[in-house]
Design a binder for this molecule. Structure first.
Ligand SMILES: [Zn+2]
Length: 200
């Protein structure tokens, strides 16, 4: 009898060997023994983890939005708030994480709501600085959807600040980026009121 081997059989063994080798070197350089039991598979695990955490490079955020754009005459603010966000700072490759709040005012088109968090992930899963991340999300929505305005606020804790450097564990960095109608003070104030309001 012949068994056909499913092609995904070795999928778990697929990882970037070059990354794994670098991690093994890193372990030695910090004074560890990469051959001890607990660390034997660490280079492989870190390799897979790094590829996941940086898989945004393979994504096209604009295409994500285009895949779910619909003609619609609704022209009031659409707000998705408290979008969980995890990224890596490009200076230390340490995590920064928190929330993104995104609003736009449609001008002929709306977008499937689940696409906004996916756009956040596509930009966040790269080496980033919070300021650029904020602008990239804003520009992608503005350029693809062409709405009357876009607002993006991101609030994050940075482990490079909390675990090292100034060791400020509870500081939160807030960045914001606006276009169009959100340049108007009243509209921006309404957006800021909505993202700080609670439902109860
Ligand atoms: Zn950093």
């Amino acid at each position: 009898m012949v068994y056909l081997q499913p092609i995904y059989k070795n999928m778990n063994d697929n990882y970037n060997q070059d990354i794994a080798r670098s991690i093994k070197t890193l372990l030695s350089e910090i004074g560890e023994n990469p051959e001890r039991e607990g660390l034997l598979k660490t280079p492989e695990r870190v390799s897979k983890s790094m590829e996941f955490l940086t898989n945004g490079y393979e994504k096209n955020p604009s295409e994500i939005l285009k895949s779910a754009m619909f003609s619609e005459s609704y022209s009031q603010m659409v707000l998705v708030k408290d979008i969980e966000l995890y990224s890596l700072c490009e200076h230390h490759m340490l995590p920064f994480f928190g929330k993104a709040h995104i609003a736009y005012i449609p001008s002929g088109h709306i977008v499937g709501l689940s696409k906004l968090p996916r756009v956040v992930d596509a930009f966040a899963r790269r080496l980033q600085v919070q300021e650029r991340l904020t602008n990239e999300i804003r520009d992608c929505i503005q350029d693809t959807l062409n709405p009357a305005g876009v607002a993006v606020v991101i609030e994050c804790k940075h482990l490079c600040m909390a675990m090292r450097g100034v060791q400020k564990q509870n500081s939160v960095t807030t960045t914001s980026a606006f276009t169009g109608a959100f340049e108007n003070e009243k509209t921006r104030a309404e957006f800021l009121r909505l993202i700080t309001a609670s439902l109860d």
